[in-house]
Design a protein around this ligand. Structure first.
Ligand SMILES: Nc1nc2c([nH]c(=O)n2[C@H]2C[C@H](O)[C@@H](COP(=O)(O)OP(=O)(O)OP(=O)(O)O)O2)c(=O)[nH]1
Length: 142
């Protein structure tokens, strides 16, 4: 049997506003899946917890300071370029102005999501939201 591919831990932030809208950002030029929409986050560095990595990534990428990160769901994705474990955390509190420090775009979204394309690893999150919110019908546009 083949050895499983090594897994890269990724911390992902699901920022939710009081009205239920959630933040999506586009992947910057130069990264794999450039232009695809996702929840902001990035790889956990050695010695960091998921919560620490999330706070760092959101500070570096979108310029905000987050309050508590609430672990929500995890998902392993096997991409051609990597095998990743996405650690999705909900975040309800943050301070600072949003700044797209890597030239991304941002969008506050609701179901169904209108920005496209969305990253494959983002689609299950939209389905979790749909279940949580009793949303029927498509979660995003193809
Ligand atoms: N941030 C984020 N990454 C996701 C999501 N869904 C998903 O499959 N991924 C994948 C894409 C990448 O393979 C990996 C995240 O790595 P990344 O390239 O964004 O991480 P990073 O900011 O640390 O990048 P770098 O230092 O390697 O440039 O997780 C998502 O919703 N958000």
């Amino acid at each position: 049997m083949n050895e499983p591919r090594p897994i890269t831990e990724v911390a992902v932030g699901v920022l939710v506003k009081p009205d239920g809208q959630f933040l999506l950002t586009s992947r910057p030029e130069g990264k794999v899946y450039a232009g695809y929409w996702e929840f902001p986050g990035g790889k956990v560095e050695p010695g960091e917890s998921v919560e620490q990595a999330l706070a760092r990534e959101l500070r570096e990428e979108i310029g905000i300071q987050i309050g508590a990160a609430h672990p929500w769901q995890t998902l392993v994705m096997d991409y051609p370029h990597a095998r990743v474990r996405l650690n999705f955390c909900k975040v309800f509190d943050w301070t600072g102005e949003f700044q797209m420090l890597e030239g991304q775009q941002m969008a506050w979204a609701a179901l169904p999501v209108h920005v496209k394309p969305v990253l494959p690893g983002t689609i299950p999150v939209l389905q979790w939201f749909a279940t949580e919110r009793g949303h029927a019908g498509p979660t995003h546009l193809d």
